[in-house]
Design a protein around this ligand. Structure first.
Ligand code: UN1
Length: 498
């Protein structure tokens, strides 16, 4: 399989004529040969997107939305095929890959509705025979830079809202998941999206990503990825006064209180910590246990974690797939070494593994006796490594929960409604779960976080359209004479004579 760029409605090779090989992380076999683009391809894509914008912005929004609905329908029809490709390219188990596609389907139909909303507002004005309204405009050419861990869902959060609002898009997917990205773009092509409205440029962040940040025609950048890259991108984009939405790391915790349903908390912890091999921004990497149940719950958890089966995500018997690549295995393992050196106690896992002699697998790993200030309790590992921290009270648990440099998702297990509401009030992350793990956000609510997780924006939900539109305030004076606001009004409390 060969994967090419999609620029101005055509599947094209990179100007460099270079290719790289995209690997299946479970088998280490090639999935595809992929174009390796550089700034010349970005320039061509931006030119196409700029030209297309003039027409696309004038297509009535309900008509733009019909293309989204058609794309949603094609995603429904092709869900299984896309999920299988996604598993082969990214590694997550097939049921999760189906969920990834489903999240894009949900977004297509949810945000398609914006075609008949894109709500602005009117408000009364102070002068007679004058009308005021605030309406939304598209921004222009926008860039969507996306990670490999949700190769369809995350692009869908960005591309669908951008398009329905009338922008044209350059899509730069992660270099680890280009084949899935290309199949996603093919769906828009088949749905009838005009040439140039959505362009795909595949290549490394330092060249393609940078070129997008520096190109003056790209007006906004929606980025999901590491905090390190996001921070640098934000600073450079600021020099161009670009609008930037950042969705970055997490260090999410589950708190389990003495009165919790422990069986439920156990299932939820296994799913949130080891599902997607811990490679979700929302994954649980800290487990804060109330002292009275700590011993018992830890025992239950370790026993179950040891039974999780590693393997190819296409096999129905697999619980946990591989990490994305060799570098990820090295990174996760280095954190395990750090944890040991810091004095945490390794209860299970802690080793890279091969399945049938191949693959970037890592054992589900649990550390006990972790102090909140240890690096394994503070830094994002992005793998199947869970740190157990003890707390004496709910107040202490919440304090520990909040005292990291990330703020994406949190979870509390309790059967006490008072504790639940106290936690909802005091937890300072962008997403809070009660009696559910830290993963599984739905697209109709805002997605994003505080502190090092983001820069104040939220994706999805009612907030999805905010980022991709520009406000325009419109005043229509139909008095036929010069009426000066703030000046030609009557004195306070005096009604103007008609
Ligand atoms: C991510 O890991 O960046 O809430 C996205 C969840 C998924 C999305 C995760 N719906 O876990």
């Amino acid at each position: 399989m060969q994967v090419r760029n999609y620029i101005n409605g055509k599947w094209v090779e990179a100007r460099s004529e270079e290719w790289y090989v995209d690997l299946n992380p479970a088998t280490e076999e090639p999935v595809a040969e992929v174009v390796k683009s550089d700034e010349r391809d970005v320039a061509a894509a931006v030119e196409a997107a700029e030209a297309a914008f003039e027409k696309w912005r004038k297509v009535p929004a309900p008509k733009r939305a019909e293309i989204l609905y058609r794309a949603g329908q094609l995603l429904v029809e092709r869900k299984e095929q896309l999920a299988r490709l996604l598993t082969q390219e990214m590694g997550k188990i097939l049921p999760e890959a189906r969920g990834d596609v489903q999240e894009a389907i949900d977004m297509a139909f949810y945000i398609g509705g914006e075609g008949r909303r894109l709500l602005g507002y009117t408000a009364p004005v102070e002068l007679p025979n004058k009308f005021g309204m605030a309406i939304r405009d598209p921004i222009g050419v926008v860039a969507c830079i996306t990670p490999w861990n949700f190769p369809i869902a995350i692009p869908s959060w960005k591309i669908f809202p951008a398009l329905v609002a009338g922008n044209t898009v350059i899509f730069k997917p992660a270099t680890d998941t280009p084949a899935t990205a290309a199949e996603f773009v093919r769906i828009f092509e088949e749905a009838g999206l005009p040439p140039g409205v959505l362009n795909l440029v595949i290549g490394p962040g330092p060249t393609v990503g940078n070129a997008l940040v520096e190109h003056p025609t790209v007006k906004a950048i929606s980025f999901t990825g590491s905090t390190e890259v996001g921070r640098d991108l934000y600073a450079r984009a600021a020099r161009h006064l670009k609008r930037v939405s950042l969705e970055m790391g997490g260090k999410n915790a589950i708190i389990v209180m003495e009165d919790a349903n422990l069986e439920l908390a156990l299932e939820a912890t296994l799913w949130a910590a080891f599902g997607t091999t811990g490679q979700r921004c929302t994954a649980c990497s800290r487990l804060i246990l109330h002292k009275p149940i700590k011993g018992k719950f830890t025992e239950m958890l370790v026993e179950r974690a040891k039974q999780l089966r590693l393997g190819n995500g296409l096999e129905p018997t697999t619980d946990v797939g591989p990490l994305i690549n060799e570098a990820a295995v090295r990174k996760v393992h280095s954190y395990v070494e750090i944890g040991k050196a810091e004095g945490a106690r390794l209860l299970c896992g802690g080793n890279p593994v091969k399945v049938n002699g191949k693959g970037f697998f890592y054992e589900p790993t649990i550390f006990d006796q972790v102090r909140p200030d240890m690096r394994i309790a503070q830094e994002e590992i992005f793998g199947p490594v869970l740190s157990i921290i003890e707390a004496e009270s709910l107040e202490e648990a919440i304090r520990i929960n909040n005292s990291v440099n990330y703020g994406l998702s949190s979870s509390l297990f309790t059967q006490d409604v008072n504790k639940a509401f106290q936690a909802i009030r005091d937890i300072t992350t962008g997403i809070v779960y009660i009696n559910h793990g830290t993963t599984g956000a739905e697209i109709q609510f805002p997605f994003g976080g505080t502190r090092g997780t983001g820069n104040g924006h939220r994706e999805a939900g009612l907030t999805a359209i905010e980022f991709f539109t520009e406000w325009k305030a419109v005043y229509v004076d139909y008095s036929g004479r010069l009426q000066r606001a703030q000046i030609d009004t009557t004195a306070f409390g005096q009604v103007p004579v008609q």
